[in-house]
Design a protein around this ligand. Sequence first.
Ligand code: UTP
Length: 288
Amino acid sequence: MRGRVRKAIFPVAGLGTRLLPATKTMPKEMLTVVDRPLIQYAVDEAREAGIEQLIFVTGRGKAALVDYFDTAFELEATMEAAGKSLDALAPTRARFGEVVTVRQQRPLGLGHAVWCARDIVGDEPFAVLLPDDLMSGTPGALKQMVDAWEKVGGNMLATEEVPAEKTRSYGILTPGKVDGDLTEVLGLVEKPEPEDAPSRLAVMGRYILQPELMRVLDKGERGAGGEIQLTDAMAQLIGTQPFHALKVDAVRHDCGDKAGFVIANIALALERGDIAPKVRDFLATLRA
Ligand code: UTP
């Protein structure tokens, strides 16, 4: 089995049209859940899982994302001079060389975004995290996956059961042998209608993948919606390498969707001791 998972790709070049107008000038991944942008949650999760290199696949209008993990000299100097604590900035600090960025010049699909990082990933396994899938769990979803992956190797994705009428919104897998929370993946299909779906096990935005995936993506094949789909490329690896889905012990919030984004804010606010009482009191008035 090949090494450790040291690198993670964060595809952040999408247009975020479902959240317009908020995302007209603001990257979707910089939208705030409680007190930090979505990208911070994904980066924290990756670091907890032992990831050493954060690879952002960005596009036009995404500069704020890269600046966010840079040092803000003026802000820090002004705060220090005013005697204010810089503690809140701690998670935004990156080690020298920790953040690498690459551009996806046109949003040709998630598979294409991942492929744009091929030379940075090189010949080793890597993780992919979609920051708009906010995974709330302890330990984090990627840490759970890395722990499971160290036993079985190959490729792994996070899965969750969805209602039948929702299969058309996800990649859906054909399940094989089940061993606790691990299910062998025998097939993958992108956004099937409920009657065509092989199961209700949906692919969530966390993956550990082998570098051979990049060779499949080299072909640039288009799938659903004319996009280069990650699901289609992963499907081509099945049978050539081990492929598992892990039911992660985490609550997933789809923050790429308006309702999911609002729900994430409420759910995470209720987990925060400093603000939960006020939020809970307010919610109680709504039910009255
Ligand atoms: P989404 O399907 O949520 O696409 O992509 P989107 O374009 O951001 O959002 P909508 O549908 O227009 O509202 C899932 C993930 O893949 C990235 C997105 O940034 C998001 O993290 N992505 C998607 C890319 O980086 N490039 C692409 O070409 C497509």
